[in-house]
Design a binder for this molecule. Structure first.
Ligand code: CP
Ligand code: NVA
Length: 305
């Protein structure tokens, strides 16, 4: 059966637990320099309508490491940028490659592409979601603290694609998210694709959202696509900077995460992101390992080797 990963809840709890275990195996093998080429002769097309460092590198390197190859496409140099319908692009591209990753604007674009694709499609970030990043973040949490079930994640800042995806993940994997955003930037449960409100709580004061948390996380105040609002956002989010005081009310062993790129002195202080509780480099590295497990799963199903 053809499977896509367009939003976090496209995978069940059992499948996610399998993926995290598989990621551990693939990462350990990679660290031992042990070749593993289950995707020989498979091709990944990566379509970027927005900038990227980590997503491009982790998918491209990951596909090579699995024995396959990757092709980078962007809007500027393809017919997508000249108005070719996304449905037509889905039909054509999916006849030439084995798997596709797309980074784009509205979720609707990737949904339409996937509806016309013969091969698995992976969301490499949309305005609404960033599911590959949350796979990496939860794997990183598990490496540091074990299961995330029943734990508390504090989300401080914008209710953006990262926040929405944390909220979906909380429903699938049964943990809690404490969200604090400035007024006017609150979570929209429908846009976040939530089943309910049982797994998150909103706080006016970011300090209250951080109290007792196992993980404190934030992201840029201005995501790609919202640049026109940057000046206004800098003022509106000024009190939502994650600092040592916020980390101080979280659990003493709480970790700090940021999907990167980060702006020190805006959404997080240098003291926190470069401090002992920060796991941002593990988090970035784990994009490579979880996405290798994800591509293997979407192309080969569950494997045991
Ligand atoms: N975190 C993340 O997706 O980074 P890039 O924008 O560099 O891909
Ligand atoms: N929320 C950010 C994440 C970047 C990886 C953005 O969408 O720009």
């Amino acid at each position: 059966m053809l499977r896509h990963f367009l939003q976090f809840k496209d995978l069940s709890r059992d499948e996610l637990l399998y993926l995290f275990e598989r990621t551990r195996v693939i990462k350990a093998r990679f660290k031992r320099y042990q070749p593993y080429h289950p995707l020989t002769d498979r091709t990944l097309a990566m379509i970027f309508e927005k900038s990227s460092t980590r997503t491009r590198l982790s998918f491209e390197a990951g596909m090579h490491q699995l024995g396959g190859s990757a092709i980078y496409l962007n809007t500027r140099d393809t017919q997508l940028g000249r108005g070719e319908p996304v449905e037509d692009a889905g039909e054509v591209i999916s006849r030439m490659v084995d798997i596709v990753m797309i980074r784009t604007f509205e979720q609707d674009i990737i949904e339409r592409f996937a509806a016309h694709s013969r091969v698995p499609v992976i969301n490499g970030l949309t305005n609404e979601y960033h599911p590959c990043q949350i796979l990496a973040d939860i794997f990183t949490f598990i490496e540091h603290h074990g299961s995330i079930q029943g734990k508390t994640v504090s989300w401080i800042g914008d209710s953006n694609n990262m926040c929405n995806t944390w909220l979906q993940a909380a429903e699938v994997l049964d943990f809690n998210v404490h969200v604090s955003t400035p007024a006017g930037y609150e979570v929209e449960p429908e846009r976040a694709g939530l089943y309910g409100t049982d797994h998150f709580e909103s706080f006016v004061d970011p300090m209250d959202a951080c109290r007792g948390a196992d993980l404190v996380t934030t992201d840029v105040w201005t995501s790609m696509g919202w640049e026109a609002e940057n000046e206004e956002r800098m003022k509106d989010f000024a009190d939502w900077q994650v600092d040592a005081e916020m980390m101080g009310v979280a659990k003493s062993d709480a970790v700090f995460m940021h999907c990167l790129p980060a702006h020190r002195g805006e959404e997080v202080t240098a003291e926190v992101i470069d401090g002992p509780q920060s796991v941002v480099w593990d988090e970035a590295e784990n994009r490579l390992h979880v996405q290798k497990a994800l591509m293997e799963f979407l192309l080969l199903g569950k494997v045991e080797s």
